[in-house]
Write a protein that binds this ligand. Structure first.
Ligand SMILES: Nc1ncnc2c1ncn2[C@@H]1O[C@H](COP(=O)(O)OP(=O)(O)OP(=O)(O)O)[C@@H](O)[C@H]1O
Ligand SMILES: [Mg+2]
Length: 488
């Protein structure tokens, strides 16, 4: 690629010849650009070429490049960047501080955004552009944090184009809201030199944003059998996401609740049993996430009460009042962080409740120990079964629906099932899944209420439970501290 420097001498930077989709994304005037959508579409190359061009075309420009994990960035994106910048144009490269200085005064800072160091960088810089690789891994907070930094003025007094560049594989995250919500389809036709035919892809555009999809088949530089091999190796859901760039498919195989199950549960008519109950997920700090109280009757969730900045006593007071007015038979509360205080207050008020410590293995039978990583996994697996069997009804709350459809699970190397920690869901979907957690606690609490039809199964379960007490090497009596079954 030939580029003009300030002194108008043309220097040959590299022999980069963009693919048609790369060219389209390079040329777009929109400030926010999202490129990619599948493996090997040429995303990283596109991103580093943009970074280099912005540094050369605007001497004294300051940019920021990042990925979520610094190690991933250094191993992949940084290597590609260093490959395309002629060494003679680099004045210095400080690996420990994470910046690269050009002889024309431009600087590219880089960092991993999972680390405090990376976050501090975002807060302290004035930038003319930024470029994130695998941007869907990066939390929404970082995006909000970097926006005020976009105010760098070039040494000659000009304002650089404040490009925000994102390259990523598809994933249901904040980028979907940013690029797809208001965007309209715009067909883009180009000649596919490899297949010798015209092809059309759908761009999604607004005046300030553009999404340019790029699939492996749009990248003639890949080996011939690249896509074919991955097709053989990937399960169907992976094919949809990583080869066909389907933002909606979202690896349902790993998702705890399929979005179709969640959608079908909205306002579903279920048999109402007379089991009014509450579930409560307490925010981890008084300034932090939402404290959510779920109210329902049996498997029908009626309302969610969400608030921020509530104290322990306020939350407990609200729970006690709601429990009295709704005549609930159960209040399930997460006993973690501030939840401990809430549980204490509720207990003191003699409200029938179940304190659930999600991160523990409390009350685990031998079977549970082999099956679930912790109580959180067991609780969520129960919720999954309820949704899969179509037994739950939920209100039409978009945040709740988004959170429920965003939780993932996996298996640890020893075969136990683990539901991802809240922080990870938060990172991906751009918000803490507090509503979903509150609902899970609610359904778990309701499942502990006595239901005559399930008496027989319960007898067997409680037998297992007693047996596990004997097996317990610590000599604890779980039943003394934790009610395994609560009778209405
Ligand atoms: N315009 C180009 N000119 C030459 N090679 C290219 C071009 N675009 C992409 N490639 C090559 O295609 C391959 C895939 O490109 P790249 O790594 O940028 O894709 P990606 O979408 O970031 O892939 P991944 O999903 O694996 O991160 C690389 O070997 C890269 O060098
Ligand atoms: Mg890449």
């Amino acid at each position: 690629m030939a580029k003009k420097t300030k002194s108008n001498t043309t220097v040959i930077i590299n022999d980069y010849l963009p693919t048609p989709t790369q060219a389209k994304a390079h040329g777009a005037n929109q400030t926010y650009k999202l490129f990619g959508g599948a493996r090997g579409g040429g995303k990283t190359i596109w991103l580093v070429q943009e970074a280099n061009a912005l540094s050369l075309e605007y001497p004294g420009n300051i940019g920021f490049m990042g990925r979520y994990q610094r190690s991933d960035f250094k191993r992949t994106t940084l290597q590609e960047l260093l490959k395309i910048i002629p060494p003679t144009l680099i004045k210095s490269h400080n690996q420990s501080e994470g910046y690269l200085e050009y002889i024309n005064g431009s600087v590219i800072h880089y960092a991993g955004l999972s680390e405090q160091e990376g976050i501090s960088k975002l807060k302290s810089l004035n930038l003319g552009w930024y470029a994130w690789d695998e941007a869907s891994e990066i939390p929404h907070e970082c995006f909000l944090m970097i926006e005020p930094a976009m105010r760098h003025t070039l040494p000659d007094g000009r304002k650089p184009p404040y490009f925000r560049l994102f390259a990523t594989n598809p994933r249901d995250c904040w980028l979907v809201d940013l690029f797809f919500k208001e965007g309209i389809n715009e067909p883009y036709t180009f000649y596919d030199t490899k297949r010798r035919e015209e092809r059309t892809v759908n761009l999604i555009v607004t005046p300030s944003t553009i999404y340019v999809p790029s699939l492996p088949r749009d990248n003639p530089y890949l080996p011939d059998n690249f896509e074919e091999n991955l097709r053989k190796f990937y399960p169907d859901d992976y094919v949809k996401v990583y080869l066909e760039g389907d933002w909606g498919a979202n690896l349902e195989g790993l998702l705890l609740l399929k979005s179709s199950w969640v959608r079908a549960a909205v306002n579903r008519e279920v048999t109402i049993e007379d089991r009014p109950a509450l579930g409560c997920d307490v925010a981890r700090s008084e300034q932090g996430d939402e404290t959510v109280i779920t109210y329902g009757i049996g498997n029908s969730i009626i309302s969610l009460d969400c608030s921020r900045g509530q104290s322990i006593t306020e939350t407990a007071g609200k729970l006690i009042a709601m429990s009295n007015s709704k005549k609930t038979k159960m209040v399930a509360i997460e006993r973690d962080g501030l939840g401990v205080g809430v549980c204490d207050n509720v207990k003191e008020a003699k409200v029938r409740h179940l304190a659930v410590q999600m991160g523990s293995k409390e009350g685990f039978t031998d079977f549970d120990k082999r099956t679930y990583f912790n109580v959180r996994a067991k609780v969520w697996w129960h919720v999954r079964e309820m949704f899969e069997k179509g037994l739950v009804s939920i209100p039409n709350d978009p945040k709740l629906i988004r959170q429920l459809s965003g939780i993932q699970y996996s298996y640890r190397s020893n075969g136990t099932l683990i539901v991802e920690p809240k922080e990870e869901t938060k990172t991906r979907i751009g918000g803490s899944p507090d509503r979903a957690d509150s609902l899970a606690l609610y359904l778990w609490g309701v499942s502990k209420l006595k239901d005559p039809a399930k008496d027989y199964r319960r007898r067997i379960q409680s037998y297992d439970f007693l047996k596990s007490k004997e097996d317990n090497p610590y000599g604890w009596k779980y039943s003394e501290n934790y009610q395994e079954e609560i009778y209405a």
